[in-house]
Design a protein around this ligand. Sequence first.
Ligand SMILES: Cc1cc2nc3c(=O)[nH]c(=O)nc-3n(C[C@H](O)[C@H](O)[C@H](O)COP(=O)(O)OP(=O)(O)OC[C@H]3O[C@@H](n4cnc5c(N)ncnc54)[C@H](O)[C@@H]3O)c2cc1C
Length: 810
Amino acid sequence: MLEFILASLAVFLVFGYFGLAIGWWTLAAAALLSYLSIALAFGPVTNVVLAGVFIAVAAVLNVPWLRRKLITERILAVYRRILPDMSQTEKEAIDAGTVWWDGDLFSGAPRWEKLLEVPQPRLSAEEQAFLDGPVEELCAMCDDWEVTHERLDLSPQAWQYVKDKGFLGMIIPKQYGGLGFGAFAHSAVVQKLATRSSTAAISVMVPNSLGPGELLLHYGTDEQKNHYLPRLAKGLEIPCFALTSPEAGSDAASIPDYGVVCRGTWQGKEVLGMRVTWDKRYITLGPIATLLGLAFRLYDPEGLIGDEKDLGITCALVPTNTPGVNIGRRHMPLNAAFQNGPNSGKDVFMPLDWIIGGRDYAGKGWMMLMGCLAAGRAISLPTSAVGGAKALVRFVGAYARVRTQFKTPIGRLEGVEEALGRIAAHCYMMDATRILTAGAVDRGEKPAVLSAIAKYHMTERARQCVNDGMDIVGGKGICLGPNNWIGRGYQLSPVAITVEGANILTRTLIIFGQGAIRCHPYVLREMRAAKEMQGVEASREFDDAFTSHVSHVLRNGIRAFAYGIAPSLAPAARSASPDTKHYYRHVSRLSAAFAFLADISMIAMGGALKRKEKISGRLGDVLSMMYLVSATLKRYEDQGRIQADLPLVRWSVRDALHRAQEAMEGILSNFPAKSVATLLRWAIFPAGKRLRPPLDSRNRECARIALEPGASRERLTAGMYHPRGDDATAVLEAAFQAAVACEPIDKKLREAQKKGVSDPQSILTAEELSAWQRKEALRKQVIKVDDFPQDFGRAALVLGEQTKIAAKAA
Ligand SMILES: Cc1cc2nc3c(=O)[nH]c(=O)nc-3n(C[C@H](O)[C@H](O)[C@H](O)COP(=O)(O)OP(=O)(O)OC[C@H]3O[C@@H](n4cnc5c(N)ncnc54)[C@H](O)[C@@H]3O)c2cc1C
């Protein structure tokens, strides 16, 4: 009997591990029962009963028709009862976008070779020339202090340049006069601008993200495309997109803004149109927009265009000079100078063909928005976050080398080093994620879940980086002025956190909530079978999805357990570097554990999991960390396994893996069913929690990369704008290079001082003295903080200045 039990257990583990089909389980069960019968010398009656039971169970499990009738159709009936109804907007959000590497991570068995074979995205010669030419030029035209304090806008020359050079039409194809750039190029442009002026970056990225351009490209009628796209491409129209209203922020689908289909007079003729009433706020570029993309709910009470009375959310393009459109006032988002403000209209009559896509697309606005959301979300905010992080590595690293306290560059004091090393390592991982995600968009993916991961984690990391940067820079970061190159970035970080899906909601509702349905190999199939199919079709589809799902759960649970005991069993990419192979194994283990945990959480909590955001947020964190680690490992391979960059990989990957483990611990500690949590802990952490946070020694190596001029620092900050002349950051870079070059001279001076000689002229050669004096002059310039007269900042003065500037420009 003991042998039978042990053999059964072995079969269970091995067959479950390999996810074998039910037929193999049946054969194994037959063999085991035969063995039992012989070993225990069962009599004929027992054998007949045993065989009868076996045949009945095997038939039910192996004959699909029987299985459906006796098992899965009953489960389907229960499932239909407990599955909460999904609103149309939820359905459209779920259906939007594509599943790629997120599907692999959700499967419990990521196919690493598939990831490593994906080609690195590259810029075309034309795209590179645009970065080296117009983008460089635009950066040079933007003085951030002038923009954010004196003008509260880009200069008229910069605006004209943006329009003339086609910055507003980067995603518009060449046939319409746009630049026709891919996502990677779009991201490179925004990244470079973000290292110079967030106002320029935001003003450029918004028209290239979700808005009139993108919506027209996908859904516009030929007439709309031919009219608007060339005008948008050439900057003859400035677009904005207005969805958010005072009552509908995160819950954007509940907008109260409405339109009513009616007849009215348009350009002297009676036409079928709609009277639209709206009140929007926070709309970027709104105050200067000439073309308002407007989302509202359309009603047709008189049935003028069909039977539906409530057609649903509709998107229209409204020229802002239309009578009744109130637009132009500005908000002041934390001193940022990009144009942002409210707009409204009451009973504004507009023809039906202002609906994007025409009359046929009335009521399809939410589907259109969800369909276009992923590409922009994958680029805009993640990319500007990376630009910010790169600027921090370069500027804060340089400052930490130039600024000395206690006769030591502050970057070498361990506390500062810790924060600086974090900035450098996060920056490497963020850039890796930018590249992988933008590349996916260029290959045709619309990564709904991955773009949410990129948006959330890159803006959060940028916030952590800028907080660390501010701590390092101290008072110099706090006092604003033309010499402060960090304060505005610090002010702006909550804006990135809030827009395009506020971060708390993105983490707790979208990453796992959408991921669990979209990326899971079977859940969506089961849901569709339950809610959208009937009769035999539903029964067959549910049976197939459900039985595969059971095997999937079993396989992941057993694999998580096996990998937890013997991590070397977990697969790594065959072609990966020996330096990083173990990280692939850790992700494979986490992936199996995550998939198992996600399934058990869904089974244990059902629909309530949606409301248990502390659990679903942590599940989302595990998925996110696996994606960020995947991107980092791929970048290391793609760049040719550069050993000098390995500390950045090691710190960031260990940090993310440890965070994933802690997120799992958080789920288990707070799991509502304690006995289930105990079983889960045995399966997931059979040998305890093995992942440790990154080592201090690695953190030191990362900080060194930011503190030393060299190839690693250049690679880490590649794609930045480098100002020249007396710009504060150009002076900082010069002071940094001088500080490094003068280190032997400083040492000589210190040694002489110890011997009581303090006059540099008597210690140094003429050449050394000149280099040292230059370095000292630069250092003093760098540590200088701006000051202002007593009456600085009074509203009247600012207004007066603005009037003068406007008069000069005119
Ligand atoms: C500078 C700026 C520019 C913008 N540009 C535009 C634009 O061009 N066009 C446009 O249409 N909109 C724009 N927005 C609007 C932006 O997208 C919204 O601010 C955002 O969606 C959040 O809405 P809210 O600020 O009203 O916050 P609220 O919806 O009030 O949310 C407050 C908090 O509650 C959290 N929360 C809400 N629901 C949930 C939930 N179910 N679970 C967990 N947490 C939740 C949020 O994460 C947030 O932390 C902009 C906003 C700003 C500030």
